[in-house]
Ligand binder design. Structure first.
Ligand code: AMP
Length: 302
């Protein structure tokens, strides 16, 4: 089954202790689309400016990514610059230039309106809701990502959108902020009351938690000798997670747990190199081999 993704397509400037790149294709929707396309066809909705070249489009072409929803507008593509501190656990945003993204008003091509799986990447909550309102029928699964900026500035709009979704995929600090509660278990209980009955809490190098009202599952981050650039890890996690669920088109405790592992697998690959570099060369054989390593990493007897 296909997955629809709506979100940012960007040029990123990235600085980490291992190097820097001044301008590389990024954006939440880009990471998600590449990651999910290993599992299932993706329909992308986003906006780019006239500085988006053929060689940028080529990164998305030749995969199972439908680009009919990729709009080109006059002006420059969204630009984001970030720096990571010594141990890569803190990200500082140096610049955010919205450019054509400032007037982004996602319009779904007719062929997208019956997509059964939807990922609303981190954009303004009213736009996320506007996407859902364009769907011809209720998707099987709607997942959403958001960030502190929207939690602080548009809390009412976010609450309204959360009522319509199934899965919230966010960082632990944002889960705490959204719930106004430091303890993650109590924060999850608050969030279930807001709408989503499934919560995926990303905890960086500590892995991720799948939380539902009556169950919980933890997946580690894959131990790596060197993490080069954490950009896009969260969106690639979401791409692996939703992409896998859409590919099996079955949502139950077992498939959700396996989806968590595929999310963690995709997140672990993307951080090995700068930007999209690792996703560009990644193969399905490598993905399945690492999933099997996760099994060895976590299996034990009592
Ligand atoms: P993450 O998976 O959280 O590391 O996402 C990284 C991507 O988010 C980068 O490629 C940025 O271009 C993009 N990004 C940064 N800030 C924003 C924002 N305010 N809205 C949408 N996308 C953003």
């Amino acid at each position: 089954m296909a997955v629809l993704v709506v979100g940012s397509i960007a040029f990123d400037a990235l600085e980490t202790p291992y190097g820097r790149v001044d301008r590389t294709l990024g954006g939440a929707a880009t990471y998600f689309a590449l990651a999910a396309s290993f599992f299932t066809p993706v329909k992308l909705v986003g906006v780019v400016g006239d500085d988006f070249r053929e060689r940028d489009r080529a990164i998305l072409l030749g995969r199972r990514i439908d680009l009919r929803g990729l709009v080109r507008a006059p002006g420059k593509t969204f630009f984001w610059a970030g720096r990571y501190t010594d141990h890569l656990n803190e990200r500082i945003t140096l610049r955010t230039e919205l450019n054509v993204f400032a007037d982004f008003n996602p319009k779904l091509p007719p062929a997208y309106c019956a997509c059964p799986y939807v990922f609303l990447a981190n954009i303004q909550p009213t736009l996320q809701l506007a996407v859902l309102q364009q769907m011809r029928r209720r998707p099987r699964l709607v997942a959403l990502d958001t960030m502190n900026y929207w939690i602080e500035r548009t809390p009412e709009e976010l609450r309204r959108t959360l009522r319509e979704i199934d899965v919230l995929v966010i960082n632990d600090s944002e889960a705490r902020q959204l719930a106004g509660e430091h303890n993650l278990l109590r924060a999850a209980t608050q969030i279930f009351r807001m709408g989503p009955r499934t919560l995926v809490v990303k905890r960086g190098e500590y892995g991720a938690l799948l939380m539902r009202p009556d169950s919980m599952f933890a997946v580690p981050a894959f131990p790596l000798e060197q993490v080069c650039d954490p950009t896009g890890a969260g969106d690639s996690f979401a791409g692996g997670f939703i992409g896998y669920l859409a590919s099996v088109n079955r949502i139950n405790e077992a498939t959700l747990r396996r989806a968590m592992v595929y999310g963690s697998v995709l997140g672990s690959f993307v951080v090995e190199r700068f930007g999209l570099e690792r996703l560009r060369t990644l193969t399905r054989t490598e993905i399945h081999a690492r999933a099997r390593q996760f099994l060895r990493l976590t299996r034990f007897r009592l």
